[in-house]
Ligand binder design. Structure first.
Ligand code: SF4
Length: 413
């Protein structure tokens, strides 16, 4: 079966390379996050970088706000598992120091680094070293002149800020650039990126800035980033959450996997929302399964379904799943029942089978199915169906009650 893909083709952008990693030009969408440690704290920052890389970050940004931070970068960059970008505000000397420290990328904020000569000096130095720069426009720190000229932080103002910075870069022959036009307002951010993608052919770095703590921050980030990715806009992404940055990296990775833009690296647990038919506490069992399976980080899709009547059918696309019925769990692979286990062994059986499935493959595990499992499961299904019928939510009785109430009201008055 061919799986549907995102409707819009990726918008063509020129390719740049950041520490050996391709961005734009049709390369897979990359994922970024940012450390929250003091960059001068080399060991603390490196340990966070390793955690971010393990959670799926392809690139990590560290602030370079003082000399000690630049010195820290000189020790961090050679030991980092992923390319490091230095985040620069206000002080162009910090950009020069970060380049000296060997960073693979820079982010400049045109809103607070405004002197033409200094911007050109950084661009020339980056050009000589083959280091790309992100022009990181932010609605909250837009250049005051542009704010006045456009009557606020409008999409046009954000894009104009990037265009002006790009013009300085081009004057020194530097075009190894990606662009971001972030805002904390999702509609503003979407409009600004749409305009940027019509204006520039440089790779775009997507993000909703200052999105706040989860879950609202996650929703805002996803609303903005996913909308644009579905339109084919965006070459690299970052969630900005007020949370452990590992959560940002995890969310970004999951979004790219959910949209089919990156290959699945870890577990994808799907679970039914539960309803009146559920034979188990789906939320509890799904939570236990998630904890146990995430620790193993197996690259498969696993389903936890609340009942055997609908579960295996609804989750037939999952690699592996379990559905509950009559105090027993029906373990299935691609919708085919392979074993029936007692209810209190459901999670253990799921974890055991998940490991075997990854080690041996789907065909081998289907061949190893228990003889009679299908028949046993069918007997459970029938018994449940007879006990609860098709009307597990007692809809017919509810409809009758509603009719009677309406009639009584009508008779009364
Ligand atoms: S799988 Fe069963 S319990 Fe879960 S939502 Fe569907 S019908 Fe309800």
């Amino acid at each position: 079966m061919t799986r549907p893909v995102l409707a819009a083709p990726r918008r063509p952008t020129r390719a740049i390379t950041l520490g050996g990693l391709a961005i734009g030009g049709g390369a897979p969408v990359t994922l970024q996050s940012m450390t929250t440690t003091k960059t001068a704290d080399v060991e603390g920052t490196l340990s966070q970088i390793y955690a971010l890389a393990a959670a799926g970050a392809d690139i990590v940004r560290c602030t370079c706000n003082e000399e000690e931070a630049a010195e820290g970068l000189a020790h961090i960059v050679p030991r980092s598992p992923v390319p490091i970008v230095a985040d620069i505000h206000f002080h162009h000397e910090m950009a020069l120091a970060a380049l000296e420290a060997g960073v693979q990328g820079l982010r400049l904020n045109p809103g607070n680094l405004r002197k033409e000569a200094e911007i050109k000096q950084v661009a020339s130095e980056a050009k000589d070293r083959g280091v790309p720069i992100r022009i990181g426009v932010n609605a909250g720190s837009l250049h005051p002149d542009l704010y006045k000229r456009f009557g606020g932080a409008t999409p046009e103002a954000l894009v104009e800020s990037a265009r002006m910075e790009l013009a300085f870069f081009e004057e020194v022959g530097f075009s190894d650039v990606k662009i971001s036009v972030k805002a904390s307002s999702v509609p503003l951010m979407i409009a600004a990126y749409r305009l940027a993608s019509e204006t520039f052919d440089h790779p775009l770095h997507l993000g909703v800035t200052e999105a706040g703590p989860p879950p609202a921050g996650l929703i805002k980030g996803t609303a903005g980033i996913a909308t644009l990715l579905a339109e084919g806009i965006g070459d690299t992404i970052r969630y900005s959450l007020t949370a452990d940055p590992v959560e940002e990296a995890r969310a970004g990775r999951q979004l790219l996997e959910a949209l089919g833009l990156r290959e699945r690296k870890g577990l994808d647990l799907i679970a039914c929302p539960s309803c009146g038919r559920a034979e188990i506490d789906v939320i509890k069992v799904a939570g236990e399964a998630q904890v146990a399976l995430e620790a193993l980080n197996l690259p498969i899709q696993v389903a936890v379904m609340g009942c055997v009547v609908n579960g295996p059918g609804e989750a037939r696309e999952a690699d592996l799943g379990i559905a509950a019925g009559r105090r027993r769990g029906h373990l299935f692979i691609k919708g085919k029942i392979i074993r029936v286990v007692p209810e209190d062994e459901m999670v253990a059986a799921l974890v055991d089978e998940a490991q075997k499935l990854v080690a041996e493959g789907i065909e081998a595990r289907l061949a190893a199915a228990d003889a009679g499992a299908e028949a046993e499961a069918e007997a459970d299904r029938q018994a449940l169906f007879e006990a609860k019928g098709a009307d597990a939510n007692h809809a017919a009785a509810k409809v009758e009650l509603i009719r009677r109430t309406v009639q009584e009201e009508h008779d009364r008055g």
